[in-house]
Design a protein around this ligand. Sequence first.
Ligand code: APR
Ligand code: MG
Length: 280
Amino acid sequence: QVNEEKRIWTEKHVKATLPKRDATSHKGSYGIALLIAGTKEMPGAALLAGLGAMRSGVGKLVIATETEAVAMIVPRLPEATFLPDGLKKIAQRQSSVDTFRAGAIGPGTEPDDLTEKAIQVLLESHLPVVLDAGALSERSYPYRLSPIILTPHLAEFSRITGVEVDDLQKNRTYYAAHWSKKLGATIVLKGSNTVISFPDGETWMNSTGNSALAKGGTGDTLTGMILGMLCCHSNWRHAVLNAVYLHGACADEWINTRSAHTMLAHEVSDLLPVVWGRFD
Ligand code: APR
Ligand code: MG
């Protein structure tokens, strides 16, 4: 039996759940996030997710990416550090993931054997794990204490469930809740009115966002934001919900004065300081 009751995550919820940045905190207070993303062909996905993460409260960010991608990312995000050829090192267990507070994998990566192995390593760890894009394949998940968060758009959701896109589209809330429970993973089903379903049946619909987000790269930004929020929130559910809300709220801020046709994915991260600032 799937609980289909759905509520709307609003400004009121965000105000009540966003963390404060403690005056005596230091970078260690907010942990180190691990982002496994990007290839030499798709370095931009790692950059976009990295910007989203570093604007979302982490202490430090390590980007595991192909060596060739590092030089492209550094000039736009000098605050990040790197694990060159990190996907391979993590997949082959040459590099431990135990020191991280949270991990995300998939933006700009291929759904291949190395990715699958790295996902297994993450799932065996204690980290909350975000799986997006190239990390979204049909599989089952082990029972674990830390959350598994999947962030599919409709086509990716169809790929991991085998359900036709048309069916999913007509019953987004039902399918998100059903598969969240079945897989034991949180599902962030993206699109207009993103649905967030937790494995125990708790389901929310997001109230922000608009068609300015319908552009390549905005999903990568969201993955980074969820990763960052996981590091600064004590309640991981609030981290996921607030990341989705603020991501949409940045797009809403954009269309106050600018055309929805024109927003770029990295500009979501540019707007986040002001949008988040309204809730502090
Ligand atoms: N209204 C509100 N939000 C929207 C709308 C809309 N009309 N259209 C898109 N969005 C939001 C989604 O909710 C989501 O947060 O924009 C984001 C788009 O994310 P993705 O669909 O993942 O798009 P993208 O960023 O281009 O992803 C690129 O994902 O599909 C893979 O292989 C692809 O690596 C690539 C990556
Ligand atoms: Mg995507």
